[in-house]
Design a protein around this ligand. Structure first.
Ligand SMILES: Nc1ncnc2c1ncn2[C@@H]1O[C@H](COP(=O)(O)OP(=O)(O)OP(=O)(O)O)[C@@H](O)[C@H]1O
Ligand SMILES: [Mg+2]
Length: 247
């Protein structure tokens, strides 16, 4: 049986994709799932930095055939495996058509080895981000309440419907002041999707702004390890349970 990819995109940068990818991987692992986190941000891969890893092998080694996905994946103490990216080398930044095909093969390899694959995508809407988003069984689009984040999330959803008609895409509102304001942010985007795209977007979850998030990132320790029970940790756990209930 083949695994399921949950890709995390946003359009706008800096909204919390990488942090969410890590925290969601940990929350899913705590629900008893075997999870592989893949750093699919080619320009500025940094999941390994947030996780305090110093990887010997990474996705670039997989794409050049030096090792397999399983050989490059490292087990993190937080209970999930990580396939790190490579930042700044340019090796992945300019992925041509053949490179993209090798990447899609690598993701299939990941699907064969792990029931759940969480794929952290880069900001923006370039063809490689779109292609990877379209290859996922579930796309989570992360937005905050900033207007620029919402317009970018709308653009991601619009293109994704074109690239992968009928595919499952859901919104995660991050850094929300509280649940009600997060739901208001979703309602705004949902109305735009209903009005201009012909169908709304489901809300996967609201994650509240929590000062413990930047604090744990500075410590290079996952939030659910450092501050279990914090507001953002509770919200990510609820998101993970909701996603598992969909399967
Ligand atoms: N729920 C939250 N509460 C408070 N701060 C948050 C929350 N989520 C994310 N952040 C902050 O947002 C910053 C950016 O997070 P992150 O690097 O994960 O974003 P990103 O979307 O992956 O960025 P990029 O587009 O550059 O890849 C973090 O350093 C963290 O301080
Ligand atoms: Mg990131």
């Amino acid at each position: 049986m083949s695994g399921r990819i949950i890709a995390i995109a946003s359009g706008k940068g800096g909204v919390g994709k990488t942090w969410l990818s890590i925290s969601l991987s940990q929350a899913l692992a705590r629900e008893g799932e075997r999870v592989l986190l893949v750093d699919g941000d080619f320009g500025l891969a940094n999941a390994d930095v947030q996780l305090g890893l110093d990887p010997r092998r990474d996705l670039a080694d997989v794409l050049t055939g030096r090792c397999t996905v399983a050989e490059a994946a490292v087990a993190h103490a937080a209970g999930f495996d990580v396939l790190p990216g490579r930042s700044g080398s340019g090796a992945l930044a300019a992925l041509d058509g053949a490179g993209m095909n090798r990447l899609l093969v690598a993701l299939d390899e990941a699907r064969m080895g792990w029931p759940l694959v969480v794929l952290d995508l880069g900001a923006g809407l370039d063809p490689s981000v779109r292609r990877l988003a379209a290859s996922a069984e579930t796309l989570l689009v992360v937005a905050t309440d900033e207007p620029t984040s919402l317009t970018d999330a709308y653009a991601v959803l619009k293109l994704h419907r074109r690239d992968a008609p009928g595919a499952d895409a859901r919104l995660v509102v991050n850094q929300a002041q509280d649940r009600t304001s997060g739901e208001r942010t979703w309602a705004t985007l949902n109305r735009a999707c209903e009005g201009f795209l012909g169908a709304g977007v489901a809300l996967a979850g609201v994650i509240r702004r929590d000062a413990k998030v930047p604090e744990s990132i500075r410590r290079q320790t996952p939030l659910l390890t450092r501050h279990p029970g914090s507001t953002a940790a509770q919200d990510v756990e609820a998101l993970a349970r909701g996603l598992l209930a969909l399967a």
